[in-house]
Design a binder for this molecule. Structure first.
Ligand SMILES: [Zn+2]
Length: 499
């Protein structure tokens, strides 16, 4: 709680916030008493915490808080810590953490909740201010931390590699938090109206924060700004995720060894496996959001430049390429038999297909496709719908060009892709897409009335022609059946003459 003192000092207040242990001996005091602001513990298996406040709506003055601490938030941070930095910090590996480490993790969550109580919202854009390579630089990290705000969901430094010697792995109060407290709490003297106050606040903002990326705020509610994401790190989600995956590949083979306990079953090892898979899914989500991404930078009239602009083409192309390499080519490192044959009956074929399917559904959601159409309409330098269709087609159907035999994972993927494209040409006005949410525009997209349908049909015809050529000379029986099946599906969807 008292970590926030540095922020209040920057705003001109000393000893502004002090924490005391609850005096158990004093029977006249009650946690329910509105005169006391408290952090209260709940004996609950909910993996969360909350930081509410009661404030006077006329002045904004915060009157009271009762931060809630559910017991199993400690299980949550333990699992995150093992999964994100287990390759770098040996303390992250035992089934039970030592009290010093758990104390640091509790401090990290408590500071975040106190931030809410003081009036701060989530700043999901804070972590994007940090260049990814700085996440591997201990000197830089000890100065700045891995994110400029504890109010981001930027948990632990999963980018740092074992050879980097980084010990700064846990989020803490940063430059944005100190600035936000300064802006909110620094007294303004000798003014006569709210209008004058507002002008002074705006001048502070323009002088101090507007030009400093580390002090920027991005909402937690943007469905299309890839810089504003939860659980991500650094200014390049593709590079950060590559480093993150390298660490997951170091952690997973140790799942049995790290959780080994005499006379116990493999429940803990299964937990490690599931958390590694979940973390991998997060990286896939972070990268996916770059495709068709639109930056949404809040600005006042006093600032120059645009508010909305498409994410750079190079990032969008790299994002699709990352997905081809790390997800559409099967991530065999996740199918580690040494572990899966101890924890589940399946070997991950369906689990991987499900993740591929949800990613493909997200990539081809009509709102994302409409953003690609919009972004390239007036600017040919922007990543276009046609390029996206080409890049996806070339990766997912690469066997049609190379003639190599697709594995079971690739056959599943090709069927999933085919069905999604067919759905796009068959989806009439009952569109599921909306352009953005919240208070932005919410008009729905009908793919039949756009190039989405034309490109989908064109792609199906190209796949059809390639399949026709290849099917005769494919030596593998199952591959031949797979291709025949794909051909039939395309012919039915395009109402082609049966041959
Ligand atoms: Zn929060």
């Amino acid at each position: 709680m008292e970590d926030w003192q540095t922020a209040f000092e920057q705003a001109g207040w000393k000893n502004a916030i002090l924490a005391r242990e609850w005096p158990e001996a004093d029977t006249t005091m009650s946690l329910e008493d509105a005169r006391f602001s408290v952090i209260r513990y709940f004996a609950s298996d909910i993996q969360n915490a909350c930081g509410p406040n009661v404030h006077d709506p006329r002045s904004g003055e915060i009157l009271e808080s009762h931060i809630g601490w559910y017991h199993d938030v400690m299980r949550l941070v333990k699992n995150w810590y093992t999964t994100q930095v287990g390759a770098v910090d040996a303390r992250a590996r035992p089934n039970t953490f030592d009290d010093n480490l758990m104390g640091e993790l509790i401090r990290f969550v408590a500071a975040h909740e106190v931030g809410h109580t003081l009036g701060l919202r989530h700043n999901f854009g804070a972590s994007h201010a940090t260049p990814v390579e700085k996440l591997r630089d201990q000197a830089w990290l000890s100065e700045n931390g891995h994110t400029s705000s504890i109010m981001d969901y930027a948990r632990f430094n999963y980018v740092a590699q074992p050879e980097d010697g980084v010990t700064d792995l846990i989020g803490r109060i940063g430059a944005y938090d100190r600035w936000a407290i300064e802006w909110n709490y620094k007294p303004i003297y000798n003014t006569n109206s709210q209008e004058e106050d507002r002008k002074i606040l705006n001048k502070w903002y323009l002088d101090k924060a507007a030009g400093n990326r580390a002090l920027h705020f991005l909402t937690e509610q943007s469905t299309f700004d890839p810089r504003a994401q939860s659980e991500d790190l650094g200014n390049d989600a593709i590079l950060a995720s590559e480093y993150g995956i390298k660490n997951l590949q170091r952690i997973l083979p140790n799942a049995i060894e790290w959780t080994r306990e005499e006379a116990k079953d493999y429940t803990r090892a299964e937990e490690v496996y599931d958390n590694v898979f979940g973390q991998f899914r997060r990286y896939i989500g972070h990268v996916t959001k770059w495709v068709g991404g639109i930056f949404d930078t809040p600005k006042t009239f006093d600032q120059s430049g645009v508010i909305f602009e498409p994410a750079p083409k190079d990032m969008q192309k790299r994002a699709v390429s990352f997905l081809q390499t790390n997800l559409f080519q099967p991530p065999m490192w996740l199918m580690d038999q040494e572990i899966t044959n101890k924890i589940k009956a399946e070997n991950g074929v369906k689990q991987l297909a499900d993740l591929q399917q949800s990613t493909i559904n997200s990539l081809y959601s009509t709102d994302r496709l409409q953003r690609l159409i919009d972004a390239s309409a007036l600017n040919p330098e922007t990543y276009s719908l046609e390029e996206f269709f080409n890049d996806m087609h070339n990766g997912i159907w690469s066997e049609l060009k190379t003639g190599s035999i697709p594995s079971v994972y690739r056959r599943n993927l090709q069927k999933i892709h085919l069905e999604k494209i067919i759905a796009l040409i068959e989806t009439a006005a009952s569109s599921n897409g909306t352009i953005g949410t919240y208070f932005r525009s919410t008009s729905s997209v009908d793919p039949v009335l756009t190039d989405i349908r034309s490109l989908s049909m064109g792609m199906l015809k190209e796949v059809h022609a390639d399949l026709k050529k290849l099917i005769k000379r494919t030596p593998d029986r199952l591959t031949k059946f797979h291709y025949q099946d794909c051909l039939k599906r395309i012919e039915k969807a395009l109402e082609m003459e049966d041959e």
